[in-house]
Design a binder for this molecule. Sequence first.
Ligand code: TMP
Length: 242
Amino acid sequence: MTVEIRGKLYEGKAKIVYATDSPKLIVQFFKDDATAFNAQKRGTIAGKGVVNNRVSARLFELLGRRGVPTHYVATLSEREMLCRRLDIIRIEVIVRNVIAGSLATRTGVEEGGPVVPPVVEFYYKSDELGDPMINDDHVRLLGLATPPELRWIRRTALRVNGVLRPHLARRRLRLVDFKLEFGRAGRRLVLGDEISPDTCRLWDARTRERLDKDRFRRDLGAVEEAYQEVYRRLVGAGGPGR
Ligand code: TMP
């Protein structure tokens, strides 16, 4: 695929988005920069951009094969992903299979217990407000998505969980929770952003060792090693290009 990269459209905390010579396509460039707690904590995780780009590509390909529409088009390089251009819906959708993070804080329940059936949460994507949790009525009030769109988003988020959970389990990873973002491509809704150790909690199935961004958030050490381990389990095994 030959596309010409044009100007920068947007620079976020972990990625830069570039326009291309096609109005329907953009390029996501994955950086090593990491932030937490609404960018109050900043750092870099060497090699993270490569891991997140490749891991996301694998998972988007898998989801695409299972009928989940994603923005993924092609991998252009170690850090560059060609994607369909979306009008991003300003909702962060979280799916939880295990008590952890803000669910543990919110409920006072210790981390590690199962969440059955999975819980879906919505957060308003707003740096100024610190991404507050919102419900379906708030989504309607703010005009972020229509009720049918939100129903589709919820259903699709659970479907993504149903595909990713066993796939990761086969690679000895427990999918504790994860964040998704959706957007509109014309009139269709499509899964966007990334699916990576930045946006998922992944615990070793046996030892419960945290193999995700919590190592950075909580200063657990061996951050780079955790990202590389996820890469090995999800990308390394398949050989180049697969
Ligand atoms: P939480 O427990 O802090 O609410 O996080 C739930 C999941 O969402 C976890 O897998 C990490 C991911 N996440 C993001 O991708 N971006 C964010 O800004 C936050 C706070 C969490």
